[in-house]
Design a protein around this ligand. Structure first.
Ligand code: AMP
Length: 189
């Protein structure tokens, strides 16, 4: 079973590439950002609690996102594998994911880290904000907050996966299909 992580800062192209990878390798795509936005759109209690945090670039609690991931994995018992997008974002989330997988006899196959510099990230995020209307993409201060959260909370996970020997870094600047081909070369067929 193929279990992939697509890793990188906001605007690195994780969602775009994750969808393409999921289609090619027949994997279930799990994006915690998409799951949370669906809760917000449906007006659930969880969505109401998450909206303000998300609009301000602050992370939702580990328990909530880990619970959503647990449910998604359990609901797809015959999956070929999973691609996790935007999760894990903290060390406790990474440890929880290891437990969720190892309890099922599974592990992370490879963590694909997309490398993109901050100037390019901001260009992409502001463009996405105009097209999608996402509040957290439309405000420069929110972008800076998300970058700060990424730097302090999330980027240390690169070391976590490097130590496990499953980290691969890919240049995330260029044509979408060229980046996709570089990613595919790192995924065991
Ligand atoms: P994304 O679509 O991945 O950029 O996520 C949008 C927002 O959803 C983030 O800024 C967080 O507020 C929240 N979020 C998404 N994934 C997570 C996660 N794994 N842990 C905590 N908060 C998350």
């Amino acid at each position: 079973m193929l279990n992939l992580l697509i890793f990188g800062p906001p605007g690195a192209g994780k969602g775009t590439q994750a969808l393409k990878i999921a289609e090619k390798f027949k994997l279930i795509h799990i994006s915690t950002g998409d799951l949370l936005r669906a809760e917000v759109a449906a007006g659930t209690e969880l969505g109401k609690a998450a909206k303000n945090l998300m609009d301000n670039g602050i992370l939702v609690s580990d328990d909530i996102v880990v619970g959503m991931i647990d449910a998604k994995i359990s609901n797809n018992p015959s999956a070929n594998g999973f691609i996790f997008d935007g999760f894990p974002r903290t060390l406790p989330q990474a440890e929880a994911l290891d437990n969720l997988l190892s309890n099922r006899g599974l592990s992370i196959t490879v963590t694909l880290s997309l490398e993109v510099d901050e100037e390019e990230l901001y260009k992409r995020i502001s463009l996405r904000g105009k097209m999608s209307g996402r509040a957290d993409d439309q405000d420069k201060n929110t972008f800076l907050k998300r970058m700060q959260v990424y730097t302090t909370e999330t980027s240390p996970l690169k070391d976590y996966y490097k130590k496990k020997g499953v980290l691969v870094s890919i240049n995330g600047i260029g044509e979408i299909d060229d980046i996709f081909n570089s990613l595919c070369k790192e995924i065991p067929a």
